[in-house]
Design a protein around this ligand. Structure first.
Ligand code: GLN
Length: 228
């Protein structure tokens, strides 16, 4: 039997707002339709994991309380996640998970949650205006529609050269000023799009292809050399 495609769902039990776990279910469905077997592991508080074992990492959204707990545990995986992302392996991080890839998240009570500092961006909570509602975004794969609900405003650091995932047509995206939504760095995508985002078939298929490419690279590299 062939090796399954392996997905790590970071803190599935804590980071799953507004249907984000649907993203993993959609990917599983599409990959299984293509004939692959799929294994999803919940990597939660205290769990260890190695980036070499996975073809895709998913990190969903969470409210400030959950984010505070997760952020403390997450630091153990900083080097693992940095190496994974820098190697160009695919990852999708939504809302609270996206925020934690950056330097910090300033919370509703004025505290600061330390992020992973993998992507040069930061997020500031603004109590007076929660960004909530339906969104429409122009992405390299065509338009997508989603739902956003966050008070954190995300800004790319000065001179970061980061590219957004797309251009906001309706809604807010990263913040009320830039008209940009999410981030696309190598094969890592950060986004404020719930709904889940992968109900957009164009985006789901693009991510599915990234996963298959990474799976093929991993399983080819691990193949034992045949004795002649
Ligand atoms: N707590 C964060 C915010 O309000 C993220 C919310 C979420 O993940 N849905 O910005």
């Amino acid at each position: 039997m062939s090796e399954p495609i392996k997905i790590a769902y970071l803190y599935e039990d804590l980071m799953n707002t507004y249907g984000d776990s649907g993203d993993v279910k959609i990917l599983r469905y599409l990959l299984e339709n293509d004939g692959y077997q799929v294994q999803v592991d919940n990597v939660s508080l205290g769990d260890n994991f190695s980036d070499d074992d996975y073809d895709f990492i998913f990190f969903g959204g969470g409210q400030d309380f959950e984010q505070t707990i997760v952020a403390q545990d997450l630091q153990r995986h900083q080097a693992t996640l940095r190496d994974y992302i820098e190697a160009g392996k695919p990852m999708l991080a939504i809302c609270g998970g996206y925020q934690l890839l950056g330097d910090y998240y300033m919370t509703s009570d004025g505290g600061t949650i330390k992020g992973l500092s993998i992507l040069p961006l930061h997020t500031i909570f603004k109590a007076d205006s929660r960004m909530i509602g339906d969104t429409k975004v122009k992405t390299p794969w065509g338009e997508m529609t989603a739902f956003e609900n966050h008070s954190g405003r995300t800004y790319f650091d000065d001179n970061s050269n980061l590219q957004p995932l797309g251009e906001v047509i309706e809604g807010y995206g990263n913040n009320p000023e830039d008209k940009q939504e999410g981030v696309h760095y190598k094969n890592t995508i950060g986004s404020y799009s719930h709904g889940p985002i992968l109900r957009n078939e164009n985006v789901a298929k693009a991510i599915k292809e990234m996963i298959i490419t990474n799976y093929q690279a991993r399983t080819t590299a691990n193949k034992p050399i045949e004795n002649k």
